[in-house]
Ligand binder design. Structure first.
Ligand code: FDA
Length: 321
């Protein structure tokens, strides 16, 4: 695809990712759902907690740190927020019982923020307390810029009491330099990402050399402050520059990548003794997550289609299904 076509394709995917009607149509279609799920499997461990935990266990055995997320967001009914919070409690307890120190990651809009700030904060504190008892870290994801203030406010409210809670910061938002300065005053780990959401033009810096420099600058600031940091990117150029500058060596720093995106790069970092974490997801709400993975790297549409139409036989040959 030519570059302009790729950008158009990526923007179109990001906007249909928000189309609730289409999402509901696919998720309720007996024909489409299993087909799309097959394509999602490259990035999502499965639909059940058991599948998520099995993936965590397998990556831990390979020597990776792991994050686990039960997928979901924008939950607007209180009962559903309670169910989501309970699922996260079960994850924490299962990880604790298996003595796995994985990080548990989630969107605040999944556990209550769409109902009220108080509900999200209350659920966050319940989870943070139980996680702390098992030596487990929590990580709050960052959502669209319309929610940034609310997410930061809830994080700050919980952070001093629960230093095991971390926060994601999107380098592409113009406001993020000020937010970073502020977040360095709180103890929680900062997970630095470029940013996945389509935002109004005036609020963000698109993928560019300028954004990459800004990303490196933010990493440098966190390392200078010895602030716990997850460098959450698959950008090999950025990672190699950070490595050359010695910015990946400190004990407060880890590199974190989404499961299934760059397993080769992930393995080579781990093999060169850089703390490497893999972000595993599970659950039936994989629609938005899948579209974002294709939108940020349009060539993934080829593997998505191949995953759907190919079926491996036991003898390793491939057949259409
Ligand atoms: P960029 O998109 O510039 O890609 C750089 C290179 O990486 C590409 O050229 C390609 O080689 C490779 N690459 C990137 N994406 C790929 C893909 N899907 N498939 C194959 N190759 C790919 N965002 C957000 O807004 N809120 C959040 O809370 C989070 N949380 C989060 C956690 C973790 C652990 C990670 C790694 C990422 C997120 N993100 C996120 C997503 C993040 O904002 C961003 O969209 C993706 O990481 C892709 O951006 P890169 O930094 O990889 O760079």
């Amino acid at each position: 695809m030519k570059v302009n076509e790729e950008i158009r394709f990526s923007n179109a995917l990001k906007s249909i990712a928000r189309d609730q009607g289409l999402k509901s149509y696919i998720q309720h279609s007996e024909d489409l759902y299993p087909i799309f799920m097959k394509g999602a499997k490259r990035f999502v461990a499965g639909e059940t907690r058991r599948e998520g935990l099995e993936r965590v266990m397998s990556l831990s055995n390979e020597g990776y740190e792991v994050s686990l997320e039960y997928l979901g967001e924008n939950t607007s009914k209180e009962e559903e927020c309670i169910l989501a919070k309970n699922e996260f409690r079960d994850i924490i307890n299962d990880l604790g019982a298996a003595e796995l120190k994985a990080t548990v990651s989630f969107d605040l809009s999944h556990i209550g923020m769409m109902v009220s700030e108080e509900l999200a904060l209350c659920h966050l504190k319940v989870l943070a307390k139980e996680a702390a008892e098992h030596g487990i870290q929590l990580m709050i994801s960052m959502e669209e810029s319309t929610k940034t203030d609310q997410i930061l406010s809830i994080y700050k409210n919980a952070s001093t009491e629960y230093p095991n809670v971390g926060i994601t910061l999107q380098a592409h938002l113009k406001r993020s330099d000020r937010d970073l300065e502020d977040l360095l005053k709180y103890p929680g780990r900062i997970r630095l990402v470029k940013g996945a959401y389509q935002e109004p033009k005036e609020l963000y810096i698109p993928r560019s050399a300028e954004l990459d420099e800004r990303y490196i600058e933010f990493v440098t600031t966190c390392v200078q402050h010895q602030h716990p940091l997850s460098i959450a990117t698959h950008d090999e150029n950025i990672l190699m520059k950070l490595k050359e500058k010695g910015l990946l060596d400190g004990s407060t720093v880890e590199v974190e990548m989404l499961d299934g995106v760059r397993p080769d790069l992930q393995a080579s970092l781990k093999d060169s003794h850089i703390q490497t974490k893999v972000y595993v997801t599970y659950g039936s709400e994989w629609y938005l997550y899948l579209l974002h993975r294709i939108a940020e790297h349009p060539a993934n549409i080829y593997s998505f289609i191949s995953d759907i139409i190919e079926r491996k036989h036991g003898d390793g040959s491939v057949a259409s299904s």
